[in-house]
Design a protein around this ligand. Structure first.
Ligand code: 5CA
Length: 439
């Protein structure tokens, strides 16, 4: 992509109502534009990041055996009357009437819709387990939308729903999601801590939140330091095998959100030097709630004994748009965003420092073509601007690499490469520079 023809509206200053660094940087880097309180348009760079985050979530769901569907954003109120949640959900639910005066709502979550789909087709334990997920926009009319995509009203969520014949099997489904979540966040350069959580309006008694540590986070967490340091299990575990030991290893150590925190237990179970109290961002939340929806909605399956029972369910949410903010909170400096390679909007910017000077233009074009044919997503900065302005905006948008082509280097047969994360620079012949970036 040639920057002279692209749409990357960066801002020198963030609007004064952006209070936290990720919100400021998302606006300044031209990733998002607020259209109404808590409602955002995704601009080209922001959309590229969103798609990458979404794709990582999708791949890790698929790896763990979940199957993708797409449910509508608008749902029938009657379904929510069946589950009994229509009246309980309150003012957070955006209620809509169509021309036939039918009550609709913009889905804040989709337990009812997925249960309706499931019960239409699945009747026997032989078809279980099943885990169906979608990545779809949700709407919650939050009282205080704030911090940009962190607490939006319209936001993108991955929501998965598991169906099992009994509690033991449902627990296995829960474990698969628990571990898939850790792998998902790790691929984005994030370390998430699973903490015991309150199930809130989704319901049920087994629930974990996944928290990214950040001072600006809205959640307070209490955890054993060793859990914070424990890595993700990695993709190569046996997804059909017994995952309980891997989950136990991570749930044995104390970790709780503020609603579930028990100060006396924390003191008793965690040595003082290992007690961590911190703020964090909830980037995922998983629930096991048994027959909370299947029973009132009559989603039943026949067991091996021929007896019909409500199917055992769980649901598993990831805040996809919120993750963009969380990644920036975890990875930035004074100059701007530092995207992890896996979610960066482009891999590399080729910076032409003397647009219009034939030899420099030619060398920049050669670098641009070389990177593109190596499969690197490349932005060619061919804007007619001062070098200082180019570097400021490129550091702000935070691509992992810059390949800098200037008149002096061209005369010497070299270019400069810069790694955004470390600031490390190297002067190399073009071929060696391409090789370093190709990795
Ligand atoms: N049905 C369940 C799981 S699929 C559910 O809705 N869970 S939730 O309410 O915890 O939401 C799942 C995830 O969506 C949260 O962990 C959070 O990361 C994200 N999320 C929730 N509300 C918002 C919001 N207002 N703005 C941005 N992301 C949000």
């Amino acid at each position: 992509m040639r920057l002279s023809r692209y749409f990357m509206p960066t801002l020198r200053e963030a609007p004064s109502d952006a209070q936290i660094v990720s919100h400021q940087l998302m606006l300044r880097a031209g990733l998002i534009r607020q259209e109404a309180a808590g409602i955002y348009a995704f601009l080209p760079l922001g959309l590229r990041v969103l798609k990458k985050v979404e794709q990582i979530v999708r791949e890790e769901m698929n790896r763990a055996g979940a199957i993708e569907v797409l449910m509508p954003t608008l749902q029938l109120a009657d379904l929510w009357r069946e589950s009994g949640r229509y009246d309980d959900y309150g003012e957070e639910m955006l209620r809509i009437k169509d021309r036939h005066e039918r009550d609709l709502l913009y889905g804040p979550t989709a337990e009812e819709v997925i249960t309706e789909i499931f019960r239409a087709y699945v009747k026997s334990y032989k078809d279980l387990p099943k885990n169906l997920y979608n990545i779809q926009w949700k709407f919650r009319d939050e009282r205080r939308p704030r911090f940009g995509v962190m607490r939006g009203r319209e936001f993108l969520m991955k929501d998965a729903y598991s169906f099992d014949v009994d509690e033991a099997a449902a627990r296995r489904s829960y474990n698969r999601m628990f571990l898939a979540y850790l792998n998902t966040y790790a691929r984005m350069g994030l370390r998430a801590i699973p903490v015991r959580a309150d199930a809130g309006p989704i319901g049920g008694d087994l629930s974990h939140e996944f928290i990214i540590l950040a001072n600006t986070g809205e959640s307070e967490v209490f955890a054993h330091q060793d859990l914070v340091e424990m890595g993700a299990p990695g993709p190569d575990i046996d997804w059909d095998g017994d995952l309980q030991p891997l989950v136990d290893q991570r749930t044995r150590l104390y970790a709780a959100s503020d609603e579930m925190h028990d100060a006396a237990r924390f003191k008793k179970e965690v040595p003082e030097a290992k007690r961590m109290t911190a703020r964090g961002i909830e980037v995922g939340h998983i629930f096991y709630f048994g027959d909370k929806y299947s029973k009132p909605m009559k989603a039943v399956v026949a067991g091996p004994d021929g007896v019909e029972r409500p199917v055992q369910m769980g649901s598993y949410g990831v805040g996809v748009t919120r993750l963009m903010g969380a990644i920036i909170e975890a990875s930035h400096d004074e100059a701007g965003i530092i995207w992890p390679d896996s979610v960066a909007p482009f891999d590399v910017a080729v910076v032409n420092l003397r647009v219009g000077e034939a030899a420099v233009d030619q060398a920049a074009e050669a670098a641009y073509r070389g990177l593109q044919s190596a499969g690197k997503e490349t932005l060619l900065d061919d804007r007619d601007e001062r070098p200082g302005a180019k570097f400021a905006s490129l550091d702000l948008v935070g691509l992992p690499w810059q390949l800098i082509v200037g008149p002096k280097g061209v005369a010497d047969g070299v270019v400069e490469i810069k790694r955004r994360a470390t600031g490390e620079r190297q002067t190399l012949p073009l071929e060696a520079a391409l090789k370093a970036i190709r990795g």
